[in-house]
Design a protein around this ligand. Structure first.
Ligand SMILES: Nc1ncnc2c1ncn2[C@@H]1O[C@H](COP(=O)(O)OP(=O)(O)O)[C@@H](O)[C@H]1O
Ligand SMILES: [Mg+2]
Length: 384
């Protein structure tokens, strides 16, 4: 394949010795994580942990390893890796929005405004410092509105803050900048400034967002598996716009919420998605619930279509994405971000069970054993 230009003279790392045509007695796996995924891999019949770093058939790797190694490797036909090479086109906050904006423009040109409007599922977003002037223009149109600043390269709620005054950004610019001696210039950490959803759907006065699991095994054609289970992550404190500095009220990340004084690890701050469905069904009727979930399916498909031609499609790669979706009080779903390494740590037994089953199903679909799929009952597939 043209992508592997280095083949032949720069095989640095993995040389898979077994030919695809040879029968494989067992599947040798590697795993960068020590949580649920490792348990799933270890209990899988016929799978063994690779002793040698260079001899494996399946690697559940982290994105850092992928970045450092992927371009220098030769991969045998049967080998599978748990990320696409440039997954960050979808999973970096700034790039996701850039791709979505480009896709929306393309749809407008080719199919008209109505079709393009179907992409209006992400809050108005600017990348700072590059789009600072565009942001200020938009900011001034609606003074007093709340915005959220998020560093593009961090996760788990780290570095996020809400603001209503431009002055707060000026302080951030000063505090967040550092002098790069090599380039002889001042560098500012990249952020996105995004319209804050001020009217989230509340349950018991608390805000939540949804974590939806999506498996992609190919971008061209697009093959997407949507996991039926997932959960809503609740904030610990009651929602209020009068205290925008309270992360326990505004950010739903478990990493943030579990540091709250009254956080109960047994109860956690999660509801299974089925529980949320039942709650919404009882309040708004099943038809409304079906519409919400259909809208979320459409968000997932459109967001993937927006990067379909950008992601380097590779038959060795698959990826599990964790979608963060927020519902507003009108039951409109908003895409907040897509994670390339959704947490596979379990917060309690129920959570462990959910993640265990999810990962087992993923392995059925990736199908290293060549049993061919159709054995997964709780995933359904979109194929384009
Ligand atoms: N535009 C927004 N409007 C309302 N809440 C938001 C918005 N963006 C983020 N949040 C809240 O902040 C949390 C963290 O934001 P997110 O973009 O997912 O960053 P991280 O990578 O740190 O998880 C989200 O789970 C959500 O609860
Ligand atoms: Mg998130």
């Amino acid at each position: 394949m043209a992508k592997y230009k280095n083949i032949g003279f720069k095989i640095q790392n993995t040389i898979q010795k077994k030919r695809d045509s040879e029968p494989r007695g067992c599947i040798r796996f590697r795993c960068s994580l020590t949580n649920t995924i490792l348990d799933v891999l270890r209990q899988r019949p016929g799978w063994i942990e690779a002793k040698d770093d260079s001899e494996w058939d399946f690697y559940w790797c982290d994105v850092g390893w992928l970045r450092d190694n992927f371009d220098h490797m030769y991969l045998e036909e049967h080998v599978r890796i748990s990320h696409f090479r440039n997954h960050y086109q979808l999973t970096r906050k700034n790039l996701m929005v850039k791709n979505l904006k480009r896709y929306r423009k393309l749809l407008e040109r080719e199919t008209g405004r109505l079709e393009a409007e179907k992409c209006d599922f992400f809050p108005c977003t600017f990348e700072l410092p590059f789009e600072y002037h565009l942001f200020v223009e938009e900011f001034k149109k609606n003074p007093g509105r709340t915005w959220i600043m998020k560093p593009v390269g961090r996760s788990q709620g780290e570095g996020i803050f809400l603001f209503r005054k431009l002055k707060d950004i000026m302080d951030w610019k000063k505090e967040g900048s550092r002098f790069d001696e090599q380039k002889d210039e001042t560098q500012v950490e990249r952020y996105v400034a995004q319209r804050y959803i001020e009217n989230p759907y509340l349950i018991g006065g608390r805000k939540f967002d949804l974590r939806i699991y999506v498996l992609v095994t190919s971008f061209i054609p697009l093959k997407v598996y949507l996991y039926r289970d997932g959960f809503a992550r609740f904030s610990n404190a009651r929602f209020s716009l009068s205290s925008i500095d309270d992360h326990y009220a505004h950010l739903t990340n478990v990493a943030i919420q579990k540091t709250a004084q009254d956080y109960d690890p047994e109860k956690g701050c999660k509801w299974q998605i089925q529980q949320l469905r039942r709650y919404l069904g009882a309040k708004h009727g099943m038809e409304a619930v079906e519409t919400v979930f259909k809208d979320m399916d459409a968000i997932i498909v459109r967001s993937l279509q927006s990067v379909q031609k950008v992601i380097i499609n590779d038959k060795h790669c698959f990826e599990l994405y964790g979608y963060d979706i927020l519902l507003d009080e009108n039951l409109k779903p908003w895409l907040i971000e897509v994670n390339s390494s959704p947490s596979l740590n379990a917060t309690n037994i129920e959570d462990y069970g959910l993640k265990f089953r999810l990962l087992e199903d993923i392995l059925h679909i990736v199908d290293m054993e060549r049993r061919s799929v159709n054995c997964c009952s709780i995933l359904y597939v979109f194929s384009f």
